[in-house]
Write a protein that binds this ligand. Structure first.
Ligand code: ATP
Ligand code: MN
Ligand code: MN
Length: 301
C-alpha cells in the first residue's frame, strides 16, 4: 500500500529519549528561543558534537530560569541528572576525590539540558585517562574594543607558529568574543608538561610582540591587545566544547571553522542554535572533513 511522502514524514517519531519539562520556557529572551528549541538543537547536533563532548569530564553552565537569570558553573554531581550522565572520580588537590560528569550519548546531553544546562565545557583529557591530556587549546581573549580582524590575524599567526613546531591546528569561533586554536594530541605527556608548553608558548608570543599579545590575565593591561589564555591547559581547567551553545544573547554556539574560511566571519558568534542543519551540512563539507582530529605528539619547546 502506498504512503504519501508528506504523511510518512509527519508520522510520529520514536519516543524521545529524554522528557524535556517546560519546553516552552524562554531561555534566550533576546532571540526568543525556548528550552525545547535548545534541546532540539542538541539532539540534532549530537552526532557531530559527541566526538568532542563525549567520554570527557565536563562542567556545565546551568541557567534553569534562562540565560538572563541566575546561572552557575557545575563541575560535580553524584547521579541526580539521570542514568545517561555518568560519574568519573577524580583526585582533587587536597587529596580527596570528587565525582565529575561525563556523557557518551545523545540522551546524556539531553539529560543535562533537561536540568537547565546551556553550555558544555570539557576537560583536556578523556574520562578514562584523566592524567594524560589529549589537546592544547590556545584561547584568544581580545580586549573588548579590539577589532575581530585582529583576532583572526592573531589566530592565523598562532597557527603558523604551531605549524613550525610540527602541530596541525584547528580554529573554532568560541560563540563569545574570541577564537580557540586547538591542537589535538595523542595522549602521552602529563599535565605539568602541557601547562608548561602552553605557558612558554604564550610568553614567547607576548615577548616577541608586546603590542599585540599578553600572557597575563590582567584586564587593565589588555588595552588593544589579546590575552593568550594558556590557562585552559592546566589540570582541571575546561574549555567550551565544539558545538556547545553559549549562555549569551542570541543563542550563539561554539563553531568549528576551516582556516581558509576564517576571513569571511566578522565575529565569533555568527552561528546560533537556529543553525543546527547548517552546522551538520558544514561538518560534512570538504573544508571541515577531519576537523579536530590529528595524530601528533606534543613537541619540545
Ligand atoms: P570568549 O571567546 O568570549 O573568550 P570563551 O569560552 O573562550 O569565550 P573564556 O572566558 O575565555 O570564554 O573562557 C573561560 C573558561 O573558563 C571557559 O571556557 C570555562 O571552561 C571556564 N569557566 C567559565 N566559567 C567558569 C567558572 N565559573 N568557574 C570555573 N571555570 C569557568
Ligand atoms: Mn576565550
Ligand atoms: Mn579565556
Amino acid at each position: 500500500q502506498e504512503v504519501e511522502p508528506e504523511k510518512a514524514a509527519a508520522a510520529p517519531r520514536a519516543e524521545p529519549a529524554v522528557k524535556i519539562s517546560n519546553p516552552d520556557r524562554v531561555i534566550f529572551p533576546e532571540s526568543g528561543q525556548t528550552k525545547g528549541q535548545l534541546a532540539a538543537y542538541y539532539e540534532q547536533i549530537a552526532p557531530i558534537m559527541l566526538p568532542f563532548a563525549g567520554n570527557r569530564p565536563i562542567s556545565l553552565v546551568r541557567c534553569p530560569q534562562g540565560r538572563a537569570r541566575k546561572c552557575f558553573f557545575q563541575k560535580h554531581d553524584s547521579g541526580s541528572f539521570g542514568e545517561n550522565v555518568h560519574q568519573v572520580p577524580i583526585q582533587e588537590k587536597d587529596g580527596g576525590t570528587e565525582d565529575y560528569l561525563y556523557v557518551n550519548d545523545t540522551a546524556g546531553l539531553l539529560q543535562c539540558v533537561q536540568m537547565g544546562t546551556i553550555e558544555f565545557h570539557g576537560w583536556g583529557a578523556r574520562a578514562d585517562a584523566v592524567e594524560k591530556p589529549d589537546r592544547i587549546i590556545i584561547d584568544l581573549d581580545p580586549d573588548e574594543g579590539l577589532d575581530f580582524a585582529d583576532v583572526k590575524q592573531a589566530a592565523k599567526d598562532i597557527r603558523t607558529r604551531l605549524a613550525e613546531l610540527g602541530l596541525t591546528t584547528f580554529a573554532m569561533l568560541s560563540g563569545g568574543k574570541g577564537v580557540h586554536v586547538i591542537a589535538p594530541l595523542t595522549p602521552g605527556h602529563d599535565w605539568a608538561t602541557h601547562k608548561d608548553f602552553a605557558r612558554r608558548f604564550a610568553e614567547a608570543l607576548a615577548l616577541a610582540e608586546p603590542d599585540r599579545f599578553l600572557a597575563t590575565m590582567s584586564k587593565a593591561k589588555r588595552k588593544g591587545k589579546i590575552f593568550i589564555d594558556w590557562l585552559r591547559n592546566q589540570r582541571g581547567a575546561t574549555a567550551v566544547v565544539p558545538y556547545s551553545a553559549r549562555a549569551r544573547a542570541g543563542a550563539p554556539v561554539a563553531a568549528p571553522v576551516a582556516w581558509n574560511e576564517l576571513d569571511q566571519f566578522d565575529r565569533a558568534s555568527v552561528f546560533t542554535i537556529a543553525d543546527g542543519a547548517k552546522l551538520l551540512t558544514r561538518s560534512r563539507s570538504k573544508a571541515l572533513a577531519g576537523w579536530g582530529f590529528a595524530e601528533q605528539s606534543l613537541p619540545d619547546l
